[in-house]
Design a binder for this molecule. Structure first.
Ligand code: F6P
Length: 378
């Protein structure tokens, strides 16, 4: 058996662990593995060369601790999914045909795609074309699908943010400042919520709970009155003020990308509270570095379970982590809707019980006990 693997979209810690688990499990079955470079682009022919390599256990043993990806990746390229005139999502037919030709010419009997939502969408289209595809969810945002409790990359990002905020707290305390830390998450607030709880942040602002700036100011001032020297505000890049649009920065080519709310919020808070404020954008430090053990282990498990699905000729599915178990669901279900923080969930209620300010309540409502969470799961 010859099987293939690629990773596409933003990188994150843990991708190499998936590759190592995949290669190890394949070789233990006497199979061979081809790794494609730079996402789906590796499936396209190049003049006088090729964008793939044979992966062996010698090449991949112990890469589980390495950040980034030995195969390279891209968030752009020829495989961007767009909606055609009939309203159907598709990849350019000519591009799809080239990919199919490569897969057939190499005699691949399966292709594992490590990726986020966009890559899973492309994988789903390859699967609809009859190709034997398995999707392996990957993102630091932990926002891919409600059916999966965690994606690898997420815990590593929370670990980086936690360590950064612990450091920022010491200088905030020294200067009696408000420090605003902008974190990633795309349109979800998982990184902000988990790192806010883990670092005893005062304010956590997430896209799922639009905030009123005056509420934040009043709650912060009430906290300062208790004599607290520093105020820590964690804001997700996709968070937005009540009734306002999310804050975006335009790339040179006009492509909008999230980012900038930390700066805006810092200046607004300084102006409205009179407290000296600074901000810090953690950016791609959340995507870099060596994966934490949780992500190494989850990545390895995903790689091994993908090989087991291939062994059972189970294709067109996406791996998921459900509790302690790695399972799988149809890809189209996995990409149907994102996994967002639920306001009425145990984790948000825990945060509120800790006195975390989400900006949706006035100071005297902070500890008001809302109705029982609709679902006790986090
Ligand atoms: O989707 C993961 C993510 O890290 C987002 O949180 C962030 O906004 C984006 O990728 C950054 O993408 P890029 O690496 O293309 O700048």
């Amino acid at each position: 058996m010859i099987i293939g693997i690629l990773n596409s979209g933003g990188d994150c810690p843990g991708i190499n662990a998936v590759i190592e688990g995949f290669v190890s499990a394949a070789y233990s079955r006497g199979w061979r593995v081809i790794g494609f470079h730079d996402g789906f682009e590796g499936l396209l022919p190049v003049e006088g060369g090729r964008r793939y390599e044979i992966l062996t256990p010698n090449k991949t043993h112990k890469i589980r601790s390495k950040g980034g990806t030995i195969l390279g990746t891209t968030s752009t390229g020829n495989f961007a999914v767009h909606v055609n005139k009939l309203g159907r999502a598709q990849v350019e037919p000519a591009t799809m045909a080239k990919a199919k030709k490569t897969i057939t010419a190499l005699g691949l009997q399966a292709l594992a795609v490590i990726g986020g939502n966009g890559s899973a969408r492309t994988a789903s289209l390859l699967s609809e074309e009859g190709l034997p595809v398995i999707s392996i969810p990957k993102t630091i945002n932990n926002d891919l699908c409600p059916a999966s409790d965690f994606t690898f990359g997420f815990q590593s990002a929370v670990s980086v943010v936690t360590e950064s905020i612990d450091r920022i707290r010491t200088t905030a305390n020294a200067h009696q400042r408000i420090m605003v830390i902008e974190v990633m998450g795309d349109l979800s607030g998982w990184i902000a919520l988990h790192s806010g709880i883990s670092t005893a942040a005062d304010v956590v602002l997430i896209p799922e709970i639009p905030f009123d700036l005056q509420n934040v100011v009043d709650c912060v001032m009430a906290r300062k009155k208790t004599g607290q020297r520093e105020i820590i505000v964690v804001v997700a890049e996709g968070a937005r003020l009540n009734g306002q649009l999310i804050t975006v920065r335009n790339k040179d080519n006009g492509d909008e990308r999230l980012g900038g709310i930390g700066n805006r919020l810092c200046h607004a808070l300084e102006e409205m509270t009179g407290v000296e404020s600074r901000y810090c954008v953690l950016g791609h430090t959340q995507r870099g570095g060596s994966p934490v053990p949780f992500d190494r282990i989850l990545g390895i498990r995903f790689g091994v379970e993908a090989v087991k699905l291939i062994e059972k000729s189970t294709f067109g599915c996406s791996l998921v982590l459900q509790g302690l178990n790695v399972g799988h669901i149809p890809i189209h279900e996995a990409i149907a809707q994102p996994r967002m923080v639920r306001e009425h969930s145990q984790l948000v209620y825990t945060a509120r019980d800790l006195g975390i300010i989400f900006g949706d309540r006035k100071p005297d409502e902070l500890h008001a006990h809302s109705p029982k969470p609709e679902n006790i799961s986090a």
